[in-house]
Design a protein around this ligand. Structure first.
Ligand SMILES: Nc1nc2c(ncn2[C@@H]2O[C@H](COP(=O)(O)OP(=O)(O)O)[C@@H](O)[C@H]2O)c(=O)[nH]1
Ligand SMILES: [Mg+2]
Length: 252
């Protein structure tokens, strides 16, 4: 399993250069600017960051926090009231990161796709639309709902194939209430080893009690870790098909 921080500099976004790019992606109140699918951020003129785009699909039981994870990672305000996502929803964000090996900054354009389970069951086109050209599957479970964690293996076998070159990450939500979780750290480690899928714990509500601010990874860190897994997936595919144009662009 990839050691966190081995490909991307996890702290770079806090450097002066990182903060300059990020401030051009944020509003004055530090919330993320939101960009429509056809919009593009204008970066400071001194910055030349190459852009890479990824489609990320969120799956998991209803109510585990897929929408909250997508809005949290893209800087949208959380939903005030819970309702099941009625069809497909897409959120996008831009996030810069420094690639250690290339000493180069890349702007990650992350597009998160999610749908509610009822809509997915009712309309046959939804699952194929989510899966089409997907780069990454986020298997979302709630740290407060053991059954949502226990369902992951079945979901993995339904949605993935060996050597499919799709990046796979599990996200455990409700980290703010981890002290009430029936899922232990050892359960998580066994899962990571068995499926070779990293598990990131995420707190989507900032006012939650439980885990102290010190021990809770910032959403910015989780976003960077997701970018790192996507970069690792691209490196793997470059090793497989070194002749494609995209692969060459990624290496240099
Ligand atoms: N305390 C806490 N609540 C969360 C967290 N993530 C999501 N929720 C809540 O869980 C409920 C379901 O979240 P939602 O994202 O709509 O679930 P979805 O059906 O999987 O899309 C909502 O009331 C969210 O506010 C979290 O990290 N902590
Ligand atoms: Mg939802």
């Amino acid at each position: 399993m990839l050691k966190p921080g081995s490909l991307l500099d996890l702290k770079w976004y806090q450097s002066p250069a990182g903060m300059e790019i990020i401030s051009s992606l944020q509003r004055e109140d530090m919330s993320h600017k939101t960009f429509g699918l056809l919009e593009h951020p204008s970066l400071p003129s001194i910055v030349t960051a190459e852009e890479v785009q990824y489609k990320i699909m969120l799956v998991g039981k209803n109510g585990v926090g897929k929408t909250a994870t997508a809005t949290n990672l893209t800087g949208y305000s959380p939903m005030e009231n819970y309702y099941e996502t009625p069809g497909i929803q897409v959120w996008q964000t831009y996030w810069p990161a420094r690639i250690r090996q290339l000493n180069k900054v890349v702007l990650f354009n992350l597009r998160f796709w999610e749908s509610g389970a009822t809509a997915t069951r009712k309309f046959d086109h939804i699952l194929p639309s989510l899966k089409e050209n997907v780069d990454c599957i986020l298997f979302v479970f709630s740290l407060l709902d053991k059954s949502s964690f226990d369902e992951l293996p079945q979901m993995i076998s339904r949605l993935t194939e060996p050597n499919d070159n799709v990046c796979k990450i599990a996200i455990g939500t409700k980290f703010d209430q981890f002290d009430q979780s029936e899922i232990t750290q050892s359960d998580i480690q066994i899962f990571e080893q068995q499926y070779d899928i990293p598990v990131f714990k995420l707190q989507n509500l900032s006012d939650g009690a439980g885990q102290g601010a010190e021990s809770t990874p910032r959403c910015d860190t989780i976003r960077t870790l997701v970018c790192e897994q996507l970069w690792a997936k691209d490196l793997k595919s470059v090793n497989r098909t070194v002749t494609t144009k995209t692969s060459q662009e990624i290496v240099f």
